[in-house]
Design a protein around this ligand. Structure first.
Ligand code: NAD
Length: 421
């Protein structure tokens, strides 16, 4: 049972983490005692944030920050502003961040934070006061060598800039590495803005190469045309793949001959703008998920492939760009059907990997060219894919299970070296 803020009676882990840890228990590579260690988050802080609104009234916003595991390095994870933010969700997401950083082999643990707020109801000034209140309240909890936040749902580079500034004012020093996803002119990294989509395109390259498919004949449907989906579509198109369908919250669009993605990318401003293309036809959001394509890439929101539509999935493979787009039931069902799924913690790790590059640049005060960031991103994504593949083949498990096994093995090696196991 959990209350409105997600505080539950369970003293240990969230359901998602528990299921996941159960799944990998059978593997020889995973230390059974380590599983117990990973069932509990390391540290968390909840703060009620009083914020003065434009009309003079003070509103109190519940907020959270959880540092799940820091065996491999400072914890890393976004801060989201959303009315549904709660402690349990933050816990799940911080656990998954620990796994994602370990799969990408970047020296970070996992964290997550959030504020229970509907940002659409705040003015720009109220949003700034809330962001600064968050950075002030958690200033002792976060830090470049402790816990490094980043943008997440409804937070962006501007908000990261305010938070960096507030943190520096409280600490009385410059500390650009306290937060990533900042504006490029204020310590951000070149290429960060499109890194998740670009990273996903490198995963597609590896996957298609493994199967001996030809790029120009590989058909791809992408759900979501926001930061991740639009950049992903742009890079896949540039590489020669056939993007045959895209969608956003208003519905979808398909063109069997291939969508003019570059034109759409340049002209797209808001949901539904794909109609400007002229060629092709409108489809529903349900249709895009069940299309007969080589690769389906959900890049919008969570819980899109579920018990409701899993039996209608016709794609030959799924590469997850959104976080948690496939439910546990659908995952199991598709595995039985022989439809491979490249999991989110591998496919969308390009964002956090480039955040790591941003942090490195901040700590060394040496800023990299866009080309260097892109080259390094490709190296990390290709290595992560190959390492997961190796575990998959050795253990004869799905790519998702292989990612978990690899991540947990790496975290446990660090725990052992610390003497905790
Ligand atoms: P975004 O808000 O920029 O874009 C979301 C897109 O999804 C929009 O095009 C929106 O219209 C569309 N959408 C919303 N509801 C939809 C629905 N029901 N059907 C179809 N489309 C719908 O978000 P984003 O940054 O692109 O993130 C997308 C996903 O990727 C999220 O799950 C996010 O957690 C994950 N992710 C993002 C990053 C990143 O760097 N931005 C990194 C890792 C993971």
């Amino acid at each position: 049972m959990s209350d409105d803020l997600g505080n539950n009676d369970r003293e240990t882990v969230c359901g998602v983490c528990e299921n996941l840890l159960e799944k990998v228990k059978e593997s020889e590579r995973v230390d059974k005692k380590g599983i117990e260690l990973l069932k509990r988050p390391k540290k968390s802080l909840n703060v009620s944030l009083p914020v003065k609104m434009d009309d003079g009234a003070v509103e109190i916003f519940p907020s959270f920050r959880m540092q799940y595991n820091d065996a491999r390095g400072p914890t890393k994870g976004g801060i989201r502003f959303h009315p549904k933010v709660n402690r349990e969700e933050v816990q799940e997401l911080s656990f998954l961040m620990a796994l994602k950083c370990a799969v990408a082999d970047i020296p970070y643990g996992g964290a997550k934070g959030g504020v229970k707020v509907d940002p659409r109801e705040l003015s720009e000034q109220e949003k700034e006061r809330l962001s600064r209140a968050y950075a002030r309240a958690y200033s002792e909890f976060i830090g470049p060598e402790k816990d490094v936040p980043a943008p997440d749902m409804n937070t962006n580079a501007k908000i990261m800039g305010w938070m960096r500034d507030e943190y520096e004012q409280v600490e009385g020093e410059h500390a650009p590495g306290v937060i990533t996803g900042k504006p490029v002119e204020f310590g951000g990294s070149k290429a960060r803005s499109y890194a998740t989509g670009l990273g996903g395109s490198h995963i597609v390259d590896q996957f298609v190469d493994d199967r001996g498919w030809k790029k120009e004949e590989t058909t791809i449907a992408i759900q979501g045309f926001g930061n991740v989906g639009s950049n992903l579509a742009r890079f896949l198109d540039k590489k020669g793949y056939k993007v045959v369908a895209i969608s956003d919250s208003s519905g979808g669009w398909q063109d069997k001959n291939g969508i003019d993605v570059q034109k759409l990318f340049e002209e797209y401003e808001s949901p539904g703008d794909y109609k400007k293309l002229g060629e092709g036809e409108k489809i529903s959001n349900h249709d895009i998920l069940t299309m007969d394509v080589d690769i389906l890439m959900p890049a919008a929101i969570e819980d899109q492939i579920t018990e409701e539509n899993m039996e209608q999935i016709q794609a030959s493979a799924i590469i997850e760009m959104a976080n948690g787009p496939t439910s546990a039931e659908a995952d199991e069902f598709l595995k039985e059907q022989g439809i491979p799924i490249v999991p989110d913690i591998l496919a969308n790790a390009g964002g956090v990997t480039t955040s790591y590059f941003e942090w490195l640049q901040n700590l060394s005060n040496e800023y990299w060219s866009e080309e260097k960031v892109r080259e390094k991103l490709e190296d990390y994504m290709v290595s992560a894919y190959k390492e997961v593949k190796e575990v998959q083949e050795e253990e004869e498990v799905s790519m998702r299970e292989a990612s978990y096994i690899l991540a947990i093995e790496r975290i446990m090696e660090a725990e052992k070296a610390r003497g905790n196991l």
